[in-house]
Design a protein. Structure first.
Length: 182
């Protein structure tokens, strides 16, 4: 199992916030200041813009704002890409018989992905893991992080036993620990 804080690129979030808050400011200014505008208010737009730039940085670091301003299709794609990267980075592809699997969770995106190597994939289509991901996601939503991983690992084991039961000479080729990444 691998747990990462985020998979999505979020560099765009600050710029979207700056643009949105600037538009909100100018609309509010146009509505509220049209009766009182004079030369003595000319300092307000540049000061407001600098304030918007200043607060957009800290606001863009909040997970819920990042989720709000990152399209779901982008999140899905980037989570899948990161899961595939972690699959290869963890050397899961190097197991004998191609029987390695990865349970990947991206915390900010609130997404889980299960990837299986070729030895497993020839017995189970990718949709097999959808039910496991859904049960894990339900546990995560309730705040039960450890239980979510327990449920996922246990259910994967039950599914795999059907076509790939453990053999007496099997040895564990992968580590049995949670990998936590950035």
């Amino acid at each position: 199992p691998v747990l990462v804080h985020r998979s999505s690129a979020v560099g765009h979030v600050r710029w979207i916030l700056i643009g949105f808050l600037t538009v909100v400011f100018f609309v509010a200014e146009a509505l509220l200041m049209q009766w009182t505008w004079g030369w003595h208010w000319t300092w307000l737009p540049p000061v407001a813009f600098l304030a918007i730039v200043g607060i957009s940085g800290p606001l863009s670091r909040w997970d819920w704002i990042q989720r709000l301003l990152t399209p779901q299709a982008d999140e899905d794609f980037q989570v899948t890409q990161r899961a595939e990267l972690e699959f290869y980075r963890s050397h899961i592809k190097k197991t004998l018989g191609g029987t390695g699997s990865l349970i990947f969770v991206a915390w900010m995106e609130r997404r889980a992905v299960i990837l299986a190597d070729e030895g497993i994939a020839k017995h189970y289509p990718p949709e097999t893991w959808d039910e496991v991901v859904e049960s894990m996601t339900q546990e995560f939503r309730q705040g039960h992080v450890e239980k979510a991983f327990e449920v996922g690992i246990r259910r994967c084991g039950e599914i795999l036993k059907v076509h790939l039961p453990p053999k007496s000479d099997d040895r564990n080729e992968l580590h049995n620990r949670l990998v936590i990444g950035p």
